[in-house]
Write a protein that binds this ligand. Structure first.
Ligand code: IVH
Length: 677
């Protein structure tokens, strides 16, 4: 290798190390040292260098978290040793019984325990060879799991590689396996579910189901967006526990750079264990993810081996399960609630019941179909459950109580404005179609002000309702006309709190164009679409003027979204609103992502394994040249790019007479100099 290349290689690897370090600070320690912008800059430098020198790209580079070859399904992989589960206990007595058995079977009474949170996700094994992540495998049936490596690589707290020195210092061999819990933080769950709801997609019942669905996604881009997290708690070599104490395992994983859960403790008696359990039952609501109990583990590995197994669970560990936060109460009635999009949701009005530290008075029943599925009648006793800060929901009718007799009726009128509601053929939901319905206004302003949109902290339901009632916010733009005097005239506002809100409002003007677009609440335009629109048009004016055709040139925008956008801007009141937001000084200019025009209007589908490019690179190449990549072949597809082992999409292309090209031709069309392999 020429000296110049060696130097370059060293430079690139140094940059990678730097990025890995900052990823670790951010995603594992939650304690970044540099700003997001500076981090993005480093990442961009690396991407540029790797694009210039594709032969120097390594699989464990921080740029390689997303992408990889397309998947047609998941390959089954045997585990190095069975992935077991845990026996459960539900009260102190059962826990003490377990301890007694541990004492009897081991013949000792001085047993140390490690207590950990029982994270409510799914277990996942990670195999490292020579310090590099080579495989991520789901639990499956315990003996054989599914290879989900491509998706696991997108989880930022999973190290793609660990330097030799670091492993050595941590005392971990170069080839090892880690097992732990993959989960979705409550905030991501809420954010994505809300976005799905807004975009008319089915929502997930809880973060655990969502995690399982996410890690089995065929498209690793989707997994990447959903921000999963991973906490390891087992370290194996050749299928066997490596350290002589569990507490050492956790400390070593910590030292190697894994995100070991910090809420753990080495304890010397069952009384201390019980205190730990009680303490976390109270604090569980303050965690950013869900737990369903505490796991108690015998610390010494030798003792663990001695204790052995019962069926599929080790005798040396036990789960203490917290009672599901729920309860049974009487359903007093159903109230219909109109949301931002006009959708009516049935809310169960309950006899108040304390659940997990708060009094629950209302719970969602989703829609009329759900009411029928549960067979719920007014006057029934129902079981209500609440997870994290997720909205409580009615999960079943408690048939041990006398049944209610009153059927739930379909809604006829919007509960807020009284307009007759409509239900489109084939849809489950009823909608209020009155454009000026105050309930829609409330939802619209709350969406606009929420975190992740215009981020106006403190602008919650009580403030916004008051503003609407007093005629101080007839639309989102009027937020920017609010004065301190206006705010001081409201309940519970003093000089300082009023000033805080005004500062928050002022700060929101600094947010980029994509946030403003997202904040408009255009149907089917979520966070990601807003981002693509901002990048494509670079200004609000250009977006406003775009037609259905032009809009469909935007990444991931199909005819339905394009029409929804055009319809939004065709309404004079909306255009006026946008003008007023512009006058208020919100960001109406962004940075256009310059794209070529060579492939303008052309739609591509990628299939099979490409030899020289990852799927993401190929997609980027086409998009940078102005083209678009979609997932399925139709008559509208211009080209199918087929790599090795192309499957059904290639057949479909042939059937429809769509042009099939290879990677080289794709490069040529995109105007790229063909890369040598
Ligand atoms: S140890 C031998 N520790 O709970 C079994 N499991 O109900 C090893 N879980 O399948 C599991 N948090 O998915 C362990 N701190 C923790 C855990 C934990 C959650 C899950 C895990 C396991 C299930 C058993």
């Amino acid at each position: 290798m020429p000296a110049a290349t060696k130097d370059l290689e060293r430079k690139i690897e140094k940059l990678r190390e730097k990025i890995r370090h900052h990823e670790y600070l951010y995603y594992v320690l939650d304690n970044p040292e540099i700003s997001d912008a500076d981090f993005d800059k480093l990442m961009q430098q690396l991407k540029d260098l790797e694009t210039e020198h594709p032969s120097l790209v390594m699989l464990d580079s921080p740029t390689q978290r997303v992408g990889g070859k397309p998947r047609e399904g998941f390959v089954k992989v045997p585990h190095s040793s069975p992935m077991l589960s845990l026996d459960n206990t539900y009260n102190e007595e059962e826990l003490r019984d377990w301890e007694r058995r541990v004492h009897e079977l081991s013949g000792r009474s001085d047993v140390d325990y490690v207590c950990e949170l029982k994270l409510d996700g799914m277990s996942l094994a990670l195999v490292y060879e020579d310090g590099r992540l080579v495989r991520g495998v789901t639990r499956g049936d315990g003996s054989v799991g599914e290879d989900v490596t491509l998706n696991v690589r997108t989880v930022r707290s999973v190290p793609l590689s660990i330097p030799k020195e670091r492993l050595k210092k941590a005392g971990i061999p170069r080839d090892f396996e880690v097992r732990g819990e993959l989960l979705m933080p409550t905030a991501s769950f809420k954010r994505i579910n809300e976005e799905r709801e807004r975009n008319g997609l089915p929502t997930f019942a809880n973060p655990r189901n969502f995690t399982a669905g996410t890690v089995r996604q065929l498209d690793s881009n989707v997994t990447a967006e959903r921000r999963l997290d991973y906490f390891p708690y087992i370290l194996l070599q050749n299928g066997r526990t490596y350290f002589d104490r569990h507490s050492k395992t956790l400390a070593a994983l910590d030292a190697a750079g894994f995100k070991v859960n910090q809420n753990r403790k080495l304890l010397r008696s069952m009384d201390e264990v019980w205190a730990f359990i009680e303490q976390w039952e109270e604090k569980r609501d303050s965690l950013p993810y869900e737990i369903d109990g505490i796991v108690v583990k015998v610390d010494r590995t030798a003792l663990q081996d001695e204790l052995g197994f019962t069926g599929k669970a080790p005798r040396s560990a036990i789960a203490y399960k917290y009672a599901a936060r729920g309860g049974v109460t009487k359903l007093k009635g159903i109230r219909w609630q109109t949301g931002r999009t006009g959708k009516l949701t049935p809310v169960a009005e309950l006899e108040p019941i304390p659940i997990g530290g708060t009094t629950v008075r209302n719970a969602t029943l989703h829609n009329m179909d759900e009411i029928r599925r549960l067979g719920v009648k007014i006057g029934d006793w129902v079981r209500v459950e609440r997870g994290g800060d997720v909205i409580p929901k009615v999960v079943e009718v408690d048939k041990d109580h006398p049944r209610g007799v009153t059927d739930v009726e379909d809604p006829e009128k919007c509960p807020v404005c009284g307009t007759k509601v409509v239900r489109t053929e084939g849809e489950v939901d009823y909608r209020c179609v009155n454009a000026n319905c105050p309930a829609k206004l409330l939802g619209t302003i709350l969406h606009f002000a929420s975190r992740g949109v215009m981020n106006i902290d403190g602008m919650g339901e009580s403030l916004v309702s008051q503003l609407i009632d007093r005629g101080l916010a007839k639309n989102v733009a009027e937020i920017y006309d609010l004065t301190k005097k206006d705010l001081l005239s409201l309940e519970r506002f003093a000089d300082k709190s009023a000033q805080n809100i005004l500062d928050e409002i002022e700060n929101s003007k600094k947010l980029p164009l994509e946030r403003v677009i997202y904040g408009l609440g255009i149907r089917m335009v979520g966070e990601r679409t807003a981002q693509f629109l901002a990048e494509h048009f670079g200004s609000m004016e250009e977006l406003e003027q775009a037609g259905v055709e032009e809009l469909q040139n935007v990444n991931e925008v199909g005819p339905r979204i394009a029409e929804s956008i055009v319809e939004f801007f065709s309404i004079p009141a909306n255009r006026k609103l946008v003008d007023r937001l512009g006058e208020a000084g919100l960001a109406f200019k962004g940075k256009k992502k310059e794209r070529g025009t060579k492939l303008r209007g052309k739609t591509f589908v990628l299939t099979g394994t490409l030899a020289k490019h990852t799927r993401d690179e190929a997609k980027k190449m086409i998009e940078d040249a102005g083209g678009k990549v979609t997932g399925s072949v139709s008559k509208k597809t211009d080209y199918v790019v087929a790599g090795a082992d192309a499957g059904s999409k290639l057949d479909k292309a042939k059937e429809l007479g769509v042009a099939v090209i290879d990677e080289k031709e794709m490069e040529k069309l995109a105007g790229q100099p063909a890369l040598s392999s």
